[in-house]
Design a protein around this ligand. Structure first.
Ligand SMILES: [Zn+2]
Length: 412
């Protein structure tokens, strides 16, 4: 199988190189359309046959990813429209299907598989029926866990991975209360990554709704500027979320989540700050889950430490971590005071990628757990959301005042 993939990959690269990228960009401005009615995913013997029709040929690629086993197919400039598993897949091996923008200019289809499958053949046939369209044919064949893991671990071609953010210089300013506090709100997940899913409820939607309310409440309260890492149902890589905060000159970064947790009966809100080592199994699982968000859409996070690497980081962290911890304590206090149920313990540490900024006080708030029926009811309740938002605003205010006072003391 590796030989087939290798041949295919060469084909892909050749295709990519031959395709008019760069200056010929305007020629691609008319988006290719995905054509669901001419597409199908079916079982064929033990194999899965994938047929994806688009209105015109575009550069594309395919690969597998592990944990969970997925096939991802990337197309340049394809509008997926409304793709649902029901309409597209008759295969019993496809557990879930998502599609959406991946990064500027590229879209991705993600098929979650029920086991290890390899890409046995992959080709794009063009101009079927003289209409100028193209059809991608893939044949997926069951293979061993080991072969699958090897294929999934294979690095992307050079030049494919997201550009690394420029090496960061640490921001010199520390908020002193003399300018509006720049709060960056990070609604977790989005786009091809819905986060935790329970029935019709998607974590990505719930946290976006709460984030918008929080933005409005902060702006109404005055003394705050707000930037959101996303304000739509779009995918944003974890790395980009951190870069957005940096570019905005964030004084404070707050990521919002509402995960499902596979162990125990977790309920209530939890505030997380950064730890180099996860403190218990639940937070380790959660960290793995969060940091895998990007892998869900195929972006490799293993290089993320590069952004925040080295001595510079540990020096800055020594300053920053107590500020993050102070914010977490304030948040816990105001949320408790608002009579909102908190998880026990209410403040935990975990190694979440989005709160690794070495110089921006950062916390991640799990509003509750979608896996808990009682939490789910609360999370969906607009009145509960309002109470939570009001509490967060009070917490941010309380922290900002104390943090500014401390900065003034340090300067003396
Ligand atoms: Zn989450």
């Amino acid at each position: 199988m590796s030989r087939l993939v290798a041949i295919f990959r060469l084909g892909f690269l050749a295709w990519l190189l031959a395709a008019p990228l760069g200056h010929a960009e305007p020629a691609l401005s008319a988006l290719a359309r995905f054509e669901p009615r001419a597409s199908a995913i079916t079982d064929s013997g033990g194999d899965i046959a994938v047929r994806l029709a688009i209105s015109q040929p575009v550069p594309w690629r395919v690969r597998v990813l592990d944990h969970p086993a997925r096939l991802v197919v990337d197309f340049r400039e394809v509008d997926w429209g409304d793709v649902s598993r029901m309409s597209l897949s008759q295969s019993r091996h496809i557990k879930a299907l998502r599609a959406g923008p991946l990064r500027p200019g590229w879209s991705r289809l993600v098929l979650e598989l029920d086991g290890p499958f390899g890409v046995a053949t992959a080709e794009m046939r063009t101009d079927q029926g003289g209409a100028g369209g193209a059809v991608v044919h893939l044949r997926l064949r069951p293979e061993s866990e080991a072969d699958f893991a090897t294929a999934a671990a294979r690095p992307d071609p050079p030049g494919w991975s997201l550009p690394k953010p420029a090496q960061i210089g640490l921001s010199k300013h520390r908020q002193t209360g003399d300018h509006p506090l720049m709060v960056v709100i990070d609604p977790g997940h989005g786009g091809i990554d819905p986060g935790a899913v329970y029935g019709k409820e998607h974590e990505a939607d719930i946290v976006l709704a709460v984030a918008r309310k929080l933005r409005e409440a902060l702006l109404r309260a005055g003394g705050f500027d707000v930037v959101m890492t996303r304000d739509a149902d779009v995918f944003v890589p974890l790395e980009t979320r951190v870069s957005v905060a940096r570019e905005a000159g964030a004084d404070l970064f707050l990521s919002l989540h509402a995960d499902a947790i596979p162990v125990g009966h977790a309920t209530g809100a939890t505030v997380y700050t950064l730890s180099r080592k996860a403190t218990n199994r639940a937070s380790a699982l959660l960290a793995e889950h969060h940091n895998r968000d990007d892998l869900l859409s195929g972006v490799d996070l293993s290089g993320t430490d590069d952004i925040v690497a080295g001595l510079l980081m540990s020096m800055a962290q020594a300053d920053n971590m107590p500020r993050s911890d102070a914010f977490a304590r304030d948040l816990v206090q105001v949320i408790r005071h608002a009579g909102i149920r908190m998880h026990d313990p209410a403040h935990e540490e975990a190694d979440f990628a989005v709160i690794r900024s070495p110089d921006i006080p950062s916390a991640l708030l799990e509003l509750g757990f979608l896996s808990s029926p009682r939490d789910r009811k609360r999370l969906e309740d607009p009145a509960w959301q309002d109470r939570m938002v009001a509490a967060i605003v009070r917490g941010i205010r309380a922290w900002a005042v104390k943090d500014a006072a401390q900065a003034a003391l340090l300067r003396r």
